[in-house]
Design a protein around this ligand. Structure first.
Ligand code: NDP
Length: 482
């Protein structure tokens, strides 16, 4: 019998009135744990305590805060294999990707540990004689963090670390499908030298506890990553209370392969960008826009690479792509395969459910050809290991197709031409641009976010995070005569 995994409510590990089971998508017979679901009264009590805890935390010295964040980050990096394996078990990405994610998540904490010490503001002379102006940043109060399942540890960390760094309390509602990673990170944070109740974990369904959290008048800000429809719902709730909001949502990222591209680089970059994490990345390269002169050679090589990918149990050695996260996601992915065919696209490999020795949500990575940018498979985020090739006749056409989307998170180009790469960097309407690299895979010390339906509000990560997690105070000081 597995122990019940609890929520962290007002600083205490607490049971709820309901529970859910967490099963391994690589093998449904593997029960990872049973998790408590937070309820409305627990949310109320944790918010009440968080209010006081935030004031205590904001009054900590900067070295004391820095030490807390450093300890969290260091422990995560030290335990990245153990915690990455747990993540792999509940999310389905191969262990190497899980380990990499936890290590990277630790780096968010160590980066913001250093930022705790960088409390340098601005000052100016007033337009009035004898008056000085001091501009400084202050915490917001309680921040609600709503995170998704596809990067359950990294996404949450790139929100939690800056929120704490800049003196806020945090109430975290993780995706209910990946609660084990949430409990593991919360255990690390709860052990630190922080005021009781500064950090809360409220596991439960987005539609119940999530909705109650975002509607609360006690929270000052919401940082969300997930789907566009839920993002819009969150924005509507936030506006009712004039709550500050930051959202990172879906995308339909394009990778351009130009006529002068190195073929091996192009295929490696395309396959990695399209199928890493089973395609369940907001930065996935799902539209491959290929110049006609390289189309045949590229398609042939991509098919061979895709067919050679080893799909299997995410905790088994040699697996390159694990299962998708859930039965629902698998069903939607297979529906997109049917939709693509019905739209006239040709599926040249994969895209099928796979039988394995263990029951799980397996499908083969798939490639569509003969697609155009008006098809729904090229306009909607599929979040699947599926890529579409769109043939183009020129660089100008390629750029036009890249920008013909409601989204705008990442885009990339594979080319040997500096002139084209430079033009692309300047004219692709996305928040992130890559050259000869996959559209997925970003650093922690620089801004991250997109345009259009992909993002809303200030950028995340790096020094940009300060914009969201703080408010500015302008002080006028008249010193008088010496
Ligand atoms: P959702 O947008 O439903 O979930 C994201 C987070 O929001 C989860 O923690 C979820 O909780 C929570 N949530 C859901 N409804 C509410 C609400 N009313 N109020 C507050 N919080 C809420 O994404 P899904 O997990 O359902 O995935 C669906 C699709 O979304 C994917 O196929 C993909 O296209 C896209 N997506 C994009 C991501 C990205 O990185 N941009 C990440 C994840 C998904 P819970 O899961 O417990 O319901």
């Amino acid at each position: 019998m597995l122990d019940l995994q609890k929520n962290l409510i007002a600083g205490d590990w607490s049971e709820g009135t309901a529970t859910i089971e967490n099963r391994n998508p690589s093998d449904l017979s593997d029960l990872i744990g049973v998790y408590a679901q937070a309820d409305a009264s627990q949310l109320a009590s944790t918010l009440l305590r968080a209010k006081q805890a935030q004031l205590e935390w904001a009054a900590y010295g900067i070295e004391r805060k820095q030490a807390v964040l450093m300890a969290i980050g260091t422990e995560m990096m030290d335990r990245s294999l153990e915690l990455g394996t747990l993540l792999s078990r509940e999310e389905g990405k191969p262990i190497a990707e899980g380990k990499g994610e936890v290590y990277r998540a630790g780096q968010f904490f160590t980066y913001y540990a250093a930022e705790c010490l960088r409390q340098i503001g601005e000052n100016a002379d007033s337009v009035r004689d004898g008056i000085e102006i001091d501009v400084r940043r202050e915490p917001l109060g309680i921040v609600a963090v709503i995170s998704p399942w596809n990067f359950p540890t990294a996404t949450a960390s790139w929100k939690i670390a800056p929120a704490l760094c800049y003196g806020n309390a945090v109430v975290w509602k993780p995706a209910n499908i990946t609660p084990a990673s949430a409990v593991a990170l919360t255990e690390i944070i709860a052990r630190q030298d922080i005021p009781k109740g500064l950090f809360s974990l409220v596991m439960g369904a987005g539609s119940s506890i999530g909705q109650q959290l975002i509607e609360s008048t006690e929270i000052a800000a919401i940082s969300f990553t997930g789907s566009v429809p839920v993002g819009k719902q969150i924005a509507m709730a936030a506006i009712q209370n004039l709550t500050k909001v930051q959202m990172e949502m879906g995308s339909k990222n394009a990778l351009v392969v130009m006529d002068d591209a190195d073929l091996d680089t192009a295929v490696t970059v395309a396959a990695g960008g399209a199928f890493g994490g089973s395609g369940q990345k907001c930065t996935a390269s799902s539209r491959l826009i290929v110049h006609e002169s390289l189309h045949e050679a590229f398609t042939e090589k991509l098919i061979a690479t895709t067919k050679a990918m080893k799909v299997g149990h995410a905790q088994h050695e040699g697996t390159q792509m694990g299962p998708v996260v859930s039965a629902q996601q698998l069903k939607e992915n297979l529906a997109y395969v049917d939709l693509g065919r019905s739209e006239g696209a040709e599926l040249v490999c994969g895209g099928a459910q796979l039988d394995m020795p263990h029951e799980g949500y397996y499908m083969s990575p798939g490639v569509f050809i003969n697609t155009n940018n008006d098809m729904r498979i090229n306009r909607e985020e599929m979040f699947a290991p599926l890529a579409s090739i769109i043939k183009v006749a020129s660089y100008d056409e390629a750029l036009a197709v890249v920008n013909d989307t409601n989204f705008g998170l990442t885009s990339g180009i594979v080319t040997k031409s500096l002139a084209r790469a430079t033009h692309f960097r300047r004219h692709a309407r996305t928040g992130v641009v890559t050259v000869n690299l996959p559209t997925a895979g970003t650093d922690y010390h620089v801004p991250f976010g997109g345009r259009g339906d992909s993002s809303y509000g200030p950028r995340e990560q790096g020094s940009s995070a300060v914009e969201f997690y703080t408010t500015v105070k302008t002080a006028y000081i008249s010193a008088g005569q010496p």
